[in-house]
Design a protein around this ligand. Structure first.
Ligand code: CTP
Ligand code: MG
Length: 231
C-alpha cells in the first residue's frame, strides 16, 4: 500500500504575528515545520510527501528544512492557495505517483507521533476515512445567532478534531475536486468528504499533545511538551 502525506505549510500565520512566517519560526532551535516533517519521514506508514508551501518558498524549504533532515520522501512541492482547502486541493493534484491513501497534516502540528500515524493507517484501511481527534475535556455549547445557548451536546459525543486526516486517495481527490470554489469554505478535510460524498468518517484517537501552534500563547505549551518528550 502506498501512502502520500500532504504536509501543509502555506498559511499566513496571521494569529501568530511576528516577522518570521509561523511555519519557519524557531521552536527550541528548529523550524516549527521540521518537527512534523521528521515524524512523517520516520514513520513506516508514509511512502511519499508533498509539501505545500507559499509560491516561491520551495527552494528555501528544501534547503533550510528538508535537506538538514535528509528528508528523502519529499517527492515534490506544491504552491499553497488563499485558503487551507485550496492548498490541500493543490497538494492532491500534485500526486502523480501510485497512491492508495492520503494523510493530510497541518505543518503547524509538530507533535503528531508515529503511534498516531499507525492508528490512523489501521483505521483508514478499514474505513476509507479516518481523522485524529480527542474527546472534548470541556462542555461545549452551541450558540444561537444572538449569543445565547441553543443546545448542550452530550460531552461523550463531542470530539475536537486534529490532523492527520486520512482518506482513500480517490475519495479525497473526488471530494476536493467537487468542493473547488464552493461555499461554505470547509474548515477541515473531513467536512469536504462529509459534504461531497456519503462516506462515513471514523474518529480515531489522536493525542492531547497533538496541538496546533496558532497564537503566541501556544509557544510556551509547545516548549513544555518538547521538554517533557525529551526526558
Ligand atoms: N495552511 C495552508 N494554506 C492556507 C492556510 C493554511 O497550507 N492557505 C496551513 C497552515 O500553514 C497550517 C495549517 O494549514 O499548517 C493550519 O492552518 P492555521 O493554523 O490556520 O495556520 P495559518 O493559516 O497560517 O494561520 P492564521 O489562520 O492565523 O493566519
Ligand atoms: Mg488559517
Amino acid at each position: 500500500m502506498k501512502v502520500t502525506a500532504i504536509l501543509l505549510a502555506a498559511g499566513k500565520g496571521r494569529r501568530m504575528g511576528g516577522d518570521v512566517p509561523k511555519q519557519y519560526m524557531d521552536l527550541c532551535g528548529r523550524p516549527l515545520l521540521s518537527y512534523a516533517l521528521e515524524t512523517l519521514e520516520r514513520s513506516e506508514v508514509i511512502s511519499d510527501i508533498v509539501a505545500v508551501v507559499p509560491a516561491g518558498d520551495e527552494a528555501y524549504v528544501q534547503e533550510k528544512i528538508a535537506a538538514p533532515l535528509r528528508a528523502s520522501k519529499v517527492r515534490c512541492y506544491a504552491a499553497g492557495g488563499a485558503e487551507r482547502c485550496e492548498s490541500v486541493g493543490n497538494g492532491l493534484e500534485a500526486v502523480t505517483w501510485p497512491c492508495d491513501y492520503v494523510f493530510i497534516h497541518d505543518g503547524a502540528r509538530p507533535f503528531v507521533s508515529v503511534e498516531i500515524l499507525q492508528r490512523l493507517y489501521a483505521a483508514v484501511r478499514e474505513t476509507g476515512a479516518a481523522v485524529a481527534a480527542v474527546k472534548s475535556k470541556d462542555t461545549v455549547k452551541l450558540a444561537d445567532a444572538h449569543g445565547f445557548v441553543a443546545a448542550t451536546p452530550d460531552r461523550e459525543n463531542v470530539w475536537i478534531v486534529q490532523t492527520p486526516q486520512c482518506f482513500d486517495f480517490r475519495l479525497a481527490a473526488g471530494a476536493y475536486a467537487a468542493a473547488r470554489g464552493k461555499e461554505p469554505v470547509p474548515t477541515d478535510d473531513a467536512m469536504v468528504v462529509e459534504t461531497y460524498t456519503h462516506h462515513a468518517v471514523k474518529l480515531v484517537e489522536g493525542s492531547y499533545s497533538n496541538i496546533k501552534i496558532t497564537s503566541p500563547d501556544d509557544i510556551a505549551v509547545a516548549e513544555a511538551i518538547l521538554q517533557r518528550n525529551r526526558k
